[in-house]
Write a protein that binds this ligand. Structure first.
Ligand SMILES: [Zn+2]
Length: 94
């Protein structure tokens, strides 16, 4: 009987520590998205262009419009939530 109680307590603690770990990891990712909102475009590798096999011609990357940078997923979510919140704030009668 004592063994069952000890096992149940250990599982609850494990779940709580996993939740805390996930929250800390998520907060770190959000902080990184605020500090470094862009990442390299995965299609062109951050160069913003595709070079022909001869190396003499190139075209702009259509995925990043030639900038070589893309907004990170976390920053896109943050911007969407922020714009939604701003839009709701302006629509609300005072
Ligand atoms: Zn690109």
């Amino acid at each position: 009987m004592t063994l069952i109680t000890a096992t149940a307590t250990a599982t609850g603690s494990s779940t709580a520590s996993a939740l805390v770990f996930a929250l800390v990891l998520g907060a770190g990712y959000l902080a990184a998205c605020v500090i470094w909102p862009f990442c390299a475009c995965r299609h062109c590798g951050g160069t913003g262009r595709f070079v022909s096999p001869t190396g003499r011609a190139w075209r702009s990357c259509p995925h990043c419009a030639g900038t070589g940078a893309k907004l990170r997923l976390g920053r896109r979510i943050y911007n969407h939530l922020k714009h939604t919140q701003d839009r709701d704030r302006t629509r609300r009668p005072r």
